[in-house]
Write a protein that binds this ligand. Structure first.
Ligand code: BDR
Ligand code: CA
Length: 315
């Protein structure tokens, strides 16, 4: 199959980011132009190492290039989420120094260069971490907004409540000013927040199926999914861990697995209490052209089938 969908994956690996990357690396439809990392779940030096380490486990060498990105949010200091991802960001997976170094330049520079070089309206930007790199890229070159095809991001929550505070989801809470800048730019944004990602919880049986595939990527994916179960149970969030970030890649590959609704999304940046809350307004003005789309429903089995078949096809 032709790699017909050009994407940049901006991420903070991260246990569920890792599953998203393994799905993306295994998907022949994707032309991954770059993996741009950002400080988030763990500090930026670790997410940059993890991006390369995961690429190596997937059997890839220097392509796609992996970039290091912002170490701190735009206006705040970084609050990591190692209670969900472990101190190194990848659960129980033993980290190692990858053999291929980082690509030269920052994540934001890479996003600008790739988007400005490509034909307008062709590149999809997949975002699975705080939006700091994306906001920095837009500040550097505002035309990036209109030249992107769209952004598909994991972030926010409407009806599920928050997972880092009562009202906010981690990626948006970590850098609310960045999310505000991105959502204010002239670019289509599909947001897959907790309302959908909480529907994509890992059945135990799927982990066995994935482990049995036997490739290094499948075994590492199974280890990530196991860690997701462990943290869900530890933090009393249920028996099955939600796989947030793989939804972004699944949406790009199979949008039919999701139901998204046109809306307007605003981010709370002022209140300390509700910092990072996403206000999702479905009541758009008559004749308005919606730029934002909010995920309301996901086909969980469809998402896991996609992950299994992609990893199997790679074996
Ligand atoms: C999001 O926060 C991070 O901890 C996960 O990797 C995911 O991107 C879920 O709220
Ligand atoms: Ca993430």
């Amino acid at each position: 199959m032709n790699a017909s969908i050009p994407v940049i994956i901006d991420c903070d690996p991260g246990v569920d980011d890792a599953v998203a990357l393994f799905l993306a690396f295994a998907a022949p439809e994707l032309d991954i132009l770059a993996v741009t990392t950002v400080g988030g779940n763990v500090p930026a030096d670790r997410t940059a190492r993890n991006g390369r380490l995961l690429r190596q486990i997937a059997g890839l060498t220097d392509q796609p290039p992996v970039y290091a990105g912002a170490a701190q949010p735009l206006e705040r200091s970084l609050d990591i989420a190692d209670h969900f991802h472990g101190p190194e960001g990848l659960g129980t997976l033993e980290p190692f120094e990858p053999s291929v170094p980082l690509a030269a330049g920052s994540s934001a520079e890479a996003i600008v260069d790739l988007v400005m070089e490509a034909a307008p309206g062709t590149i999809t930007l997949a975002v699975t971490g705080p939006m700091t790199n994306v906001a920095l890229a837009l500040r550097r070159e505002p035309q990036v907004a209109e030249r992107l095809k769209r952004i598909v991001a994991m972030g926010g929550s409407r009806s599920e409540g928050g997972n880092i505070t009562a009202s906010a989801e981690y990626n948006i809470w970590a850098d609310p000013e960045a999310a505000h800048e991105v959502l204010s730019a002239a670019v289509e944004v599909v947001m897959l927040g907790l309302d959908v990602t909480h529907q994509v919880r890992t059945p135990d049986a799927v982990i066995d199926t994935i482990r049995a595939i036997g490739t290094p990527a499948a075994e590492a994916t199974a280890a990530m999914l196991d860690y997701g179960q462990y943290t869900a149970r530890k933090w009393r969030e249920g028996q099955e861990g939600p796989m947030h970030d793989p939804c972004v890649i699944a949406y790009i590959l199979r949008p039919d697995l999701f139901d998204v609704r046109p809306c307007d999304i605003q981010v709370e940046t002022i209140s300390t209490l509700t910092r990072g809350h996403t206000q999702v307004e479905f009541r758009l003005a008559e004749g308005a052209t919606p730029r934002h789309f909010w995920g309301v429903k996901a086909d969980r089995d469809g998402v896991f089938d996609l992950i299994v078949s992609a990893l199997r096809a790679q074996a």
